[in-house]
Structure formats: structure tokens, C-alpha cells
Design a protein around this ligand. Sequence first.
Ligand code: ATP
Length: 344
Amino acid sequence: MAVIEIKQVAKTFGSFTALHSVDLTIADQEFMVLLGASGCGKTTLLRIIAGLETPTTGEVWIGGRRVDHLPPRERGIAMVFQNYAVFPHLTVFENIAFGLRMKKMDQAEVTRRVNRTAELMHIEQLLKRYSGELSGGQRQRVAVARALAMEPDVILMDEPLSNLDALLRLEMRAELKGVLAESKTTTIYVTHDQVEAMSLADRISVMNGGRIVQAANPVEVYRNPAARFVGSFIGNPPMNFLKAEPAGAGKWQVAGQVFDGPAAAAAEFAIRPEDLHPAEAGLPAEVRVVEPLGPHTLITASVAGQPFRAVLESNLLPAPGDMLRLAPVPDRIRWFDPATQSAL
Ligand code: ATP
């Protein structure tokens, strides 16, 4: 059982706080993605779990054992990092076999595991090549294969697909998801790519400024952001936010329209761009830019002087300057507290 527990882990670099008391439990065999913008602390958290960085305070437990004082090799984990250390003077075969040889595994098992993982990562034709002769994307796949070959209980990955072109990335993403589910590994995977996060994760931990803002399954994170930041970070285009004025008990006026909302002193209205449709009555939107994207039309507009986007059916092609009425799907409306930025 490789449950990973992060207990009140904080990290400061001089006067800078990279992580503020993070608490997170990753279940056995769970695929957890750490998602956030550059500098939010994802890599620092992963490096602390790996043992490449010591936490300033807090504890890390893996499989019921406290590991934060142990060196990386004693933590029972395999890692794939951005600067994947593939040895250029070794062949691809020997690179993948490296950790297995350290464990003094017999040759037949080494060969079996190397061939299997090389096949999974589509590099079986490269096994005899020297790694120094490979492209960045090929080296990256060697690094992933080397980690998988260890058949670890826990695997930590930091942007392992970042050097692949779009098509290969898509293919490897599906491949990885299958392999890791099958191998029953507990995975922590760092990325700033939200599509990758949504597609791979059992749960996503959305990070901002050294904190985990929400940890939940991808649909929940998308549909019910726990904080304004999550709605504004996830989704392309992201959630729309509009000012709301109180209009009686549980009623709010938004761009001249009245909506049912929370019983609160102040609130901000939010709706995803795809949860809108043209209607007789709705939010008044002055169209600024129209982008026909194939499957749908992306509208950039202004609603009561505030920026607003809508994703509409592809046969709807308004012109810049048009006034549209856009009705939100009622059960998709969300509300946030303007002071705390938390969901209401
Ligand atoms: P990216 O996606 O760009 O890798 P990240 O979310 O992984 O970003 P971290 O690498 O964890 O971010 O860095 C978090 C913050 O801590 C950044 O502001 C970074 O500058 C700072 N930081 C990281 N390592 C150190 C260090 N060794 N010394 C000082 N500051 C550091």
C-alpha cells in the first residue's frame, strides 16, 4: 500500500515562501496531478516528496513510513524529472536497465522488463542506439521507460511529456494512463498543461502561490471551482466573472438581469463560456471579436463594461458591434465571495 501523506509541509528559500503548510493525502494507486502556473511550487513539492529537497517544516509519509529524513533511494520511488538524467554514453537498453542492474536483477528479467517498457514507450527500435544520439523527445521517453521498468510502488513525474511534439504527446498521454493504471502505481505528476491534467488525473491538486487551492477529481475542479482562481485558471477560455448587486433576499442583479443566488453580503457571479446560449432575455453582450473555430464560435464581448466570452454553436456567426442576449444555464451559475475569493 503506497499511500503518500504530506503533513503541513512548508518550504522557504531565504525570505521567500515557496510552500505554505501543504496538507495532502494521495491514495494507494491514485494518479494525482499537481497543476498550476509557473512558480506556484509544484516542482518544490515533488522534490520534497522525492527527497531532493528538505522541507523547512512538516512531514512526508510513504506507505505508512515517515521518509522525510531518508535519502531518495530509500524512499521506494522512481522519478522522471524535467532534466531527465539519461546517460549519453550508455545505450538505450542499458539506460532503461540501469536501476534493475543496481538491484542485481537476473539478466532474463532485465531483458523482459526493458523490452516491455521500451515497447510501451515506442522506443524498441532505439534500444541499441547511444542515448547521446537521440532527440530530446526520445530521451524523455527513455527516462519514462527507465522509471516504469523499476515497477515502483510510487512514481513521481515532472512534466515528462514536455519535449514531445503535439501528436506524440497525445499518444503518450493515453499510453501512460493505461500503463500506470495497469501497474497499480501511485503516481504524482506535475504539469502546467490543464488538458494533460484533466485527461490523466484521478484527482487534480490546483496550486497557486505555494498553496493547494483545491484537490478534487477533474470534473469537480472544472464544474465546481472551490475558489475564483481555479475557475480563472482552468478552462480555455476560462470562466467569466461579473459584478453582482444585492436585489433582495437571495436575489442578485447582474448586468441588469436578476438571478437567484446565495444568501450573502456580497457575491460575484460566474459562468463558463460554453454554458451560455442566445435568448430573448439574458445578459446583454456587445460583440467585439468573433472567432469561428470549426466545432464552435468563440465570441469575445463586453457585458456591462466587463470582459466576457461565450462559446456558441458554429452556425451562429454574429458580427463585431452586434448586441446579443446570452442566457446562462441556470444550474451552471457559480458564485464567489469577493473578499475571500472562495466559492459561496
Ligand atoms: P515551473 O512550472 O516553472 O517549474 P513550479 O510551480 O514548479 O514552476 P517551483 O520550481 O516549485 O515552481 O518554484 C516555486 C518558487 O520557489 C519559485 O518562485 C522559485 O523561484 C522558488 N524557488 C525554487 N527553488 C528555489 C531555490 N533553490 N532557491 C530559491 N528559490 C527557489
